[in-house]
Design a protein around this ligand. Structure first.
Ligand SMILES: *Cc1c(COP(=O)(O)O)cnc(C)c1O
Length: 436
């Protein structure tokens, strides 16, 4: 597999280089030079295959000979060893549950695959890889649990004090082994600034082999295509053909993977970008003006993104032409009030408890059907996290019904290990150097 930079298509790097660099020097994003087409026969019979079989097929097509088949198969099977079921709510609406992995969020797909690919590419005796991540909640948990125990790697997670939910904090702080958590007395932006400064610090770079686990890394995008194909396989088994995907979006990595799957031949009638009031993309689709804004805090905080980092990838897949994007993508935005209302309707009418991000994706399916009353498609909305990760958002009666999955229960007795830090870089750097 060869990749170019969206800022310069003459740049060519290997998959390994793209994985370790995350971002090209020119600040573009890596994209595959060639997006392979899966055979029609495979798509027509995809219902016969399991998630892991589909994942291997898709990964082999994309990666070609970047990783030999036997090794790739092992990586893929280990990275996708939990289900991604499509659960029907009614005749034409279904939810694709992506929260059955270790951290209970869809980011597990990306983080697990990335960690195993990075570890695979490290040669014996090479310097340990130090992954630095700033998190507002979900990314940190997925990366921590994705890298937990992975040879040759160490992860340092920075999270803002008092701003992640109790379950998210457990996932960040109870791991031990090769995972360290730093509670920063500041905001998420402060955490991100510390990580960014570390990457440009000569002394730290001299001593450590630093890397980021950012959502723009191509090895996070690739595994997210697997569950789109697998969702289609499940629908095919139910005799359903026309599918619309509604994706709760922040940095647009998840929906970007959906487009990559589409470009590889997955038959999708329509994608829907569902956002909270951080609506840079829906505004762009309406007006043609791309105007990022500072983010605003909402109930769906993993989508509080004013400048979606993966959007350039999507534009790149459609030759940077808005008209082409409009043929396959609609965007809808929703307020916190609407989100809460949706949570109540889903609970009351369908006995389904959705996290706020997921509720927004459901709202967008309803908006889609309202706009296209003639549509006979099945609308599949992606559920990006388990509701137990966002307990404060729910009315008490609904919160009381949320079941705590086994993944979390097993963390509850474990001791918390966390380093407290201010938001100043000097203190953070001293800690890193002292720990060695
Ligand atoms: C990260 C995240 C999102 C947004 O996904 P993007 O790929 O950034 O668009 C949505 N929901 C949840 C729960 C998340 O953790």
């Amino acid at each position: 597999m060869e990749l170019y930079s969206t800022n310069n298509k003459n740049t060519r790097v290997s998959f390994k280089e793209a994985v370790f660099n995350s971002m090209p020097q020119d600040k573009g994003l890596y994209m595959p030079v060639e997006i392979p087409q899966l055979e029609q026969d495979f798509i027509d019979n995809i219902g016969q295959y399991s998630l892991q079989e589909i994942a291997f097929k898709v990964a082999s097509a994309l990666l070609q000979d970047s990783i030999p088949a036997g090794d790739l198969k092992a990586i893929v099977e280990d990275a996708t060893n939990f289900p991604a079921p499509v659960v029907s709510l009614n005749e034409r609406t279904a939810v694709l549950e992506l929260f059955h992995g270790p951290s209970l969020a869809f980011k597990d797909f990306g983080a697990r695959f990335m960690s195993r690919v990075m570890s695979y590419f490290l040669k014996p005796g090479e310097k340990q890889l130090d992954v630095l991540v700033a998190t507002s909640g979900d990314t940190g948990g997925a990366v921590a649990l994705g890298f937990l125990g992975v040879p040759g790697t160490r992860v340092t997670i920075l999270y803002p004090k008092g701003k992640v939910s109790p379950i998210q904090e457990l996932q960040l702080t109870t791991n031990g082994q090769n995972i360290r958590a730093i509670e920063v007395d500041g905001t998420f932006d402060d955490c991100q600034a510390l990580v960014k400064q570390a990457f440009t610090d000569a002394e730290l770079n001299e001593k450590f082999r630093l890397t980021s686990a950012n959502s723009i890394n191509i090895s996070r995008l690739i595994p997210q295509t697997f569950y789109y194909f697998n969702a289609y396989a499940q629908l095919q088994r139910q005799g359903k053909k026309d599918v619309v995907f509604s994706v709760p979006s922040g940095n647009f990595g998840n929906i970007g993977a959906g487009f990559l799957a589409y470009k590889m031949g997955l038959p999708v009638k329509q994608f829907i970008a569902a956002t909270n009031i951080n609506d840079t993309v829906p505004r762009f689709l309406e007006s043609g003006k791309y105007q990022p804004k500072p983010s605003v805090q909402t109930y769906a905080n993993a989508m509080d993104v004013g400048a979606p980092s993966n959007w350039v990838r999507i534009m790149d897949m459609f030759d940077n032409k808005r008209e082409k994007v409009l043929e396959i993508l609609e965007g809808y935005r929703f307020t916190d009030e609407e989100t809460l209302q949706a949570i109540k309707i889903l609970h009351g009418q369908f006995h389904y408890i959705a996290c706020p991000h997921t509720a927004i994706a459901w709202l967008a399916t309803q908006a889609y059907f309202k706009k296209h009353p003639e549509s006979t498609a099945t609308a599949v909305f992606l559920s990006t996290a388990h509701p137990c990760k966002f307990p404060d958002i729910f009315p008490a009666d609904i919160a009381a019904e949320i079941e705590i999955p086994e993944q979390v229960q097993s963390l509850e007795g474990k001791p918390k290990q966390v380093h407290q830090s201010g938001a100043d870089f000097a203190g953070f750097k001293r800690y890193l150097l002292a720990e060695g």
